[in-house]
Ligand binder design. Structure first.
Ligand SMILES: Cc1cc2nc3c(=O)[nH]c(=O)nc-3n(C[C@H](O)[C@H](O)[C@H](O)COP(=O)(O)OP(=O)(O)OC[C@H]3O[C@@H](n4cnc5c(N)ncnc54)[C@H](O)[C@@H]3O)c2cc1C
Length: 390
């Protein structure tokens, strides 16, 4: 690689950075790419899932070598009904993503913290400064300046069961369980006849997560389903932000001057907290405009994130209604009503791509929340002023 080649520095080696690295490496083999990760290895220890319609055909093709599990349908369960959704569901794993990145000509520096960033340089914990053409901050969840959040909290255990567990498709919500700490449901991913991820999830007002309590709840759920857990192979936990409202300029000031990606850029689905589709889209956008200098890349990523923010205001409204109307124990009724809607509307919802008609359908009909409380949630700025006044 010649020394005048463009050099992209990625701070943090998580999902967003790795997808950018792969897409830029593919489209611009002459670019030098460095990833600096504070942990012992890049990509962490996750299973990242997505819905079939979340990605374009080209993105599906790109990501297909990383897919470790896929299912042709999904299921939801509520006290009053069970429904199978026709859309496929896919999972990639950290191991697969890491292997893919390691096989490319990408420089990896692990066990190295980024302590300071400029538009085109990164200061490292070992005292060195990496100089490049441009830097992207992909260090995961940022401070929530200017944002009003709820939380999606979960503890998941990938277990083996003595007898076949009998789950054939992902159960993305089993809300037949007792309600606690807001909206509670169990998420199930069957990897094979005896291996299952069981995740206890809560949509809550607070961010505290009691691991031992959720782990015991998973044991109880297994007993109720007559599964004998033989081993827990892996555990994952998450406290994902659910966006109710915010001021984008405060979260990411115009003059900040450093490019961002992933959760750092608020590029996640406001209601589910999933970020894989948004990370893929940003990676594509950067690859097709690369090379840029640090200042241009900062403006480019900020504009991209601002456009996503503007497009997803309706989801923040739905979240305000979910979190702030009615009593927390009844939140499941909002979801119970939602999953009675058409397959195409549900697919558009996950893909953050609702049509005007979809939006109208979501807020008309029998109100999912008390009508007058719902009305007071409509204006985001009004809601913010009331929040900050408290
Ligand atoms: C357990 C769990 C399961 C999830 N499942 C899904 C899912 O199924 N589908 C989906 O779309 N989303 C899922 N998400 C949500 C979201 O997609 C992930 O959190 C995703 O990893 C976010 O990507 P990111 O690149 O922004 O941050 P991360 O992947 O968290 O990457 C940030 C990286 O930066 C590193 N870092 C932090 N500080 C520094 C520093 N100072 N210097 C150097 N490195 C640093 C971290 O160690 C980390 O490796 C899940 C989240 C969690 C926690």
């Amino acid at each position: 690689m010649n020394s005048s080649a463009p050099h992209l520095i990625l701070a943090g080696g998580g999902l967003a950075s790795c997808l950018i690295a792969l897409r830029v490496a593919q489209a611009h083999p002459d670019t030098r790419i460095s990833i600096v990760e504070s942990g012992p290895e890049i990509c962490g220890n996750h299973t990242w899932s997505f819905h079939e319609d979340d990605l374009s055909a080209d993105q599906h093709e790109f990501i297909s070598p990383l897919i470790q599990h896929q299912w042709p349908a999904q299921e939801v369960r509520f006290p009053s009904y069970t429904r199978q959704l026709k859309a496929g569901y896919f999972s990639i794993t950290s191991d697969a993503l890491r292997e893919f990145v390691e096989a490319r000509n990408i420089e990896l520096q692990t066990n190295t913290e980024v302590t300071d960033l400029g538009p085109a340089h990164a200061v490292l914990s070992d005292g060195r400064t990496l100089e490049g053409s441009a830097v992207i901050d992909g260090r995961g969840q940022a401070r929530a300046d200017g944002l009003v959040l709820g939380f999606q909290k979960f503890l998941g255990r990938e277990v083996t069961t003595r007898e076949p567990h009998g789950i054939r498709h992902p159960v993305i919500m089993d809300a037949t369980v007792s309600q606690a700490d807001g909206y509670r449901f169990i998420y199930l991913l069957p990897f094979d006849a005896h291996t299952l991820l069981i995740e206890d999830t809560r949509y809550s007002d607070g961010a505290d997560l009691d691991d031992s309590q959720l782990s015991a709840a998973i044991d109880d759920y297994a007993v109720e389903h007559h599964w004998t857990i033989e081993n827990t192979l892996r555990e994952e936990r998450g406290i994902l932000p659910i966006l109710m409202a915010g001021r984008f300029d405060q979260f990411w000031p115009r003059n900040a001057g450093i490019a961002r990606a992933g959760l750092r850029a608020a590029l996640f689905h406001p209601t589910t907290g999933y970020s894989l589709p948004q990370a893929m889209t940003l990676a594509d956008a950067i690859a097709s405009h690369w090379p840029m200098d640090g200042a241009a890349l900062a403006t480019f990523t900020r504009n991209h994130a601002q456009a996503f923010w503007n497009d997803t205001g309706f989801f923040r409204l739905l979240n305000r209604m979910l979190f702030r109307c009615g009593v927390p124990e009844k939140r499941y009724t909002v979801m119970e009503r939602f999953y009675k809607l058409s397959d195409s509307l549900i697919e558009n919802f996950y893909a953050s791509d609702l049509t005007l008609l979809n939006k109208a359908r979501l807020v008309t009909g029998k109100p999912p929340v008390p009508f007058f409380e719902g009305l007071s949630m409509i204006g985001e700025e009004k809601f913010l002023r009331a929040e900050y006044a408290e």
